[in-house]
Design a protein around this ligand. Structure first.
Ligand SMILES: CC(C)(COP(=O)(O)OP(=O)(O)OC[C@H]1O[C@@H](n2cnc3c(N)ncnc32)[C@H](O)[C@@H]1OP(=O)(O)O)[C@@H](O)C(=O)NCCC(=O)NCCS
Length: 168
């Protein structure tokens, strides 16, 4: 059964297995907030993720993990609203699927479930972004009804594609 839920203290072993794959592959961990190196230990990570209130530059947000058959497949950080930075890059949802499970439809699924979550908290139109070179993410967004709008360009010249999704 596929679950989409917050982490609990009982998830440490499967979380370590999941994180190990990102680190061993030397990949940028997405969503960033799930990166264990940002915390002192697993307990702190679980508590910080549960404390989803806005602080510093962030807005209220929720981090949910896609779990299939006792294995973490991926994670999504869902922002409840947007600030100016998120309107430029980031949007309402940041998501990642562990490498060994890519290309199996989980990316489409995690964005769909994130949009369902946004719908439940009253967001009717989502903004989802990806960098110009991220063909897989653009495909995920378009699969979920993304209509491309004006892109933004970061200070370093990176072009960010931006999509609006009407949530039913
Ligand atoms: C982007 C990402 C989440 C896609 O996950 P995934 O599980 O491989 O995606 P799916 O298997 O659901 O495939 C979704 C679509 O992308 C397409 N796709 C997958 N990999 C692709 C690639 N490398 N190039 C082009 N299209 C690709 C699939 O054909 C599919 O298209 P369809 O829905 O029209 O059939 C995954 O590659 C990932 O985690 N990347 C690293 C983190 C990241 O970039 N996150 C997004 C930040 S904006």
């Amino acid at each position: 059964m596929v679950e989409f839920r917050e982490l609990t203290m009982g998830d440490e072993l499967m979380y370590c297995d999941y994180m190990r794959e990102w680190i061993d592959d030397d990949e940028t961990i997405v969503p960033t907030i799930t990166n264990i190196t940002k915390y002192n230990n697993f307990e702190e990570l679980v508590h910080e993720l549960a404390d989803n209130k806005s602080h510093d530059e962030s807005v209220d947000n929720t981090t949910l993990f896609l779990i299939d058959d006792d294995e973490i497949i991926g994670a999504a950080n869902i922002r409840h609203n947007l600030n100016e930075k998120l309107k430029t890059i980031g949007g309402h949802v940041g998501y990642g699927i562990r490498k060994k499970h890519r290309g199996k439809g989980y990316g489409n699924k995690i964005l769909k479930k994130s949009l369902d979550y946004l719908s439940r908290i009253g967001v009717q139109e989502a903004l989802v972004t990806c960098t110009e070179d991220n063909k897989a993410s653009a495909a995920v967004i378009q699969h979920n009804g993304g209509e491309e709008i004006e892109s933004s360009t970061l200070e370093d010249g990176t072009v960010v594609r931006r999509f609006q999704i009407e949530i039913a």
